[in-house]
Design a binder for this molecule. Sequence first.
Ligand code: ATR
Length: 279
Amino acid sequence: MTSSADLYCVMGNPVAHSRSPAIHARFAELTGQAIAYERRLVPMDGFVQGVRDFIAEGGRGCNITVPFKIEAPQLATHCSERVRLAGAANVLTFGADGGIHADNTDGLGLVADITRNAGVSLAGRDVLLVGAGGAAAGALGPLLQAGVRHITVANRTLDKAQALVQSHSALATLQKSELIALTPQALEANFDVIINATASSLSGADVPVPAHVLRPGSLACDMMYGPAAQGFLDWARRHGATPRDGLGMLVEQAAEAFLLWRGVRPPSALVLQEMQQAA
Ligand code: ATR
């Protein structure tokens, strides 16, 4: 890497597993952008210092991953509307004036993967969003903005789903979308698109919604990829749905971050194809 390359990183704990360095390196190669992109492991109580150190070293921006996405907006001098809605950020951009701009591209990445890569339009569709943690919060605003007809947020802890629905109710009204919260047990309808944003698969738990939420041909997405997504994808396939893992979302959220930082949209579909072929 040349010394003129602009410095970026992904910051988290753990961070060794992150595929962001490989994705951004390939974006840079394909677009001719001179960037260096590193992994930064920061201590659980050391996020703020980690960001300050990185800025002092000349860092231009960073991706934030688990568990710092909720803490990240507190550091920012400016938060996008998406960050305000989600209550979490996955991208920081450091301005020459010392400003820190926070954004959230996770939900944009999910919507881009569903509509562009999977070729499924979200306009007028009925969507089930399973989970009400940070991952679900990042997705809800962009899903509403994609023009869905209806979203049910289903979570085993109902009050968390209700809080998410409440914080997005003005946007839902603006978009003329129906938005409700339910427990998984109360689900009766079926949906065009089902998105698993829970961490249930990490603990080896069963898929947290009944199979009757699927229609033949429903798109069933898990935000995870690799072995963690397998149980959900197998379940979806067994019940006649089209399974999709979170690799496309990962690549597309990175593409949105790259666009924010560099002003250039990378060929994300090509990079996703390369990663799928290499898997
Ligand atoms: P993240 O930031 O990745 O979304 P989180 O904020 O801890 O992580 O949220 C995890 C989500 O997965 C929550 O919706 C959680 O449900 P609760 O709100 O009821 O805790 C959900 N989840 C985790 N393990 C689960 C399981 N075994 N079954 C169903 N839902 C589960």
